[in-house]
Design a protein around this ligand. Structure first.
Ligand SMILES: [Zn+2]
Ligand SMILES: [Zn+2]
Length: 354
């Protein structure tokens, strides 16, 4: 399979970001991405989808949307909607109805930044997801770059420190988000995890210094979603959009923090009577072998139904045979800037009975 590196959940001038779609594409090209998915607030921007080609490389831009109920107080429940064939923000006041409309229009829905803290000194409230009993969502945003800034900045001092040293921000997905994901998986749901940047390229003034904080280039080298697709981008916009959306739908993806070292090349697969990759279901007939291929040295944890069942250190290939059903996913941690930090979070392989 082909691997496409995608950065998703970002804002342009069409909502509260400062860059144009051309700026986003140019930054994506500089950072070696294959796909960028802007998600402006409550607007599905038309006519911007397309490609940037340079020096034999191609980046595709595909607009999606981040929808929320603007009348709700306090603000909660931001939903990322990909691939819908129409504007759906008008349904925001009723999240179940919104999800039904997303399904009707052929789209996918992910709950954005499901758990986050407020950052009052920057005027940022927490926009946690609160309605967990809804039906028909595709998945959750497991790791969000901008939410994590709120998490690791307990005071104005730390927020400003992080503005100037953004590489110190990422540590991993919010523990409550990981726990909620495992809980949903344990209840028998298929839930796809994606990683989002929430890039805005905000402009701020610090005394005499005027600075673009967390520019697109910063985010595009940070938390990306790596998609496994049947082939490379073909240049046929409709076909490429369909292929990318299908990879999201199937959970053929992992979340990678690409700054410490590129996560390109990570694989987690299952071999049994049939074989599968992340996001697939494998039938337990006698046993299933899980195989993990690492793109570099790290601590690798195999998690079955929310509990660590095996850990490896600095091993290129890790294997585990299971004779019991379960939901298996992989977390990898890497040393970077003096700490062990989250590096790779795979989508699950669902090993089912029979
Ligand atoms: Zn949001
Ligand atoms: Zn956002």
């Amino acid at each position: 399979m082909e691997e496409l590196v995608a950065n998703l959940h970002l804002h342009t001038r069409y909502s509260d970001g400062t860059g144009s779609h051309q700026d986003v594409l140019a930054a994506a090209m500089r950072c070696g991405l294959d796909v960028v998915i802007p998600t402006d607030h409550n607007v599905l921007v038309q006519g911007m989808d397309g490609y940037l080609r340079q020096d034999g490389r191609t980046v595709m831009l595909m607009c999606a949307e981040e929808i929320h109920d603007q009348k709700r107080a306090p603000q909660k429940n931001h939903m990322l909607v990909f691939g819908a064939n129409r504007e759906l923000a008008t349904f925001a006041s009723n999240p179940q109805n919104l999800l039904d409309q997303v399904q009707k229009s052929g789209g996918l829905a992910f709950f954005a930044h499901p758990f986050e803290k407020a950052m009052p000194f920057f005027g940022e409230t927490d926009i946690t997801w609160v309605d967990w009993d809804l039906k028909g969502f595709t998945g959750i945003e497991l790791w969000n770059g901008f939410s994590e800034l709120k998490e690791v900045s307990p005071s104005l001092f730390w927020a400003i420190f992080h503005v100037f040293f953004p590489a110190t921000i990422p540590h991993g997905p919010h523990p409550d988000t990981l726990a909620q994901w495992d809980k949903l998986l344990a209840a028998g749901n298929r839930v796809v995890a994606v990683g989002g940047s929430d890039a805005h390229a905000l402009r701020r003034t610090f005394g005499p210094i005027r600075k673009t904080i967390f520019p697109y280039d910063y985010h595009f080298n940070a938390i990306n979603t790596h998609l496994l697709t049947p082939g490379p981008l073909s240049g046929d916009l409709n076909a490429d959009r369909r292929m990318v959306l299908q990879a999201f739908r199937d959970g053929h993806a992992f979340v990678g923090y690409d700054r410490p070292a590129p996560t390109r090349g990570f694989r987690c697969s299952a071999q049994g009577e049939e074989s599968g990759v992340m996001g697939d279901t494998s039938r337990l007939r006698g046993g299933v072998t899980l195989q993990i291929r690492m793109p570099g040295e790290a601590e690798v944890r195999l998690i079955q139904d929310g509990a660590v069942v095996k850990t490896w250190h600095n091993q290129e290939i890790c294997t585990h045979i299971t004779n019991t059903p379960g939901v298996f996913r992989v977390e990898c941690y890497i040393r970077f800037l003096g700490k062990s930090r989250g590096w790779i979070f795979s989508n699950p392989i669902y090993v089912r009975e029979g």
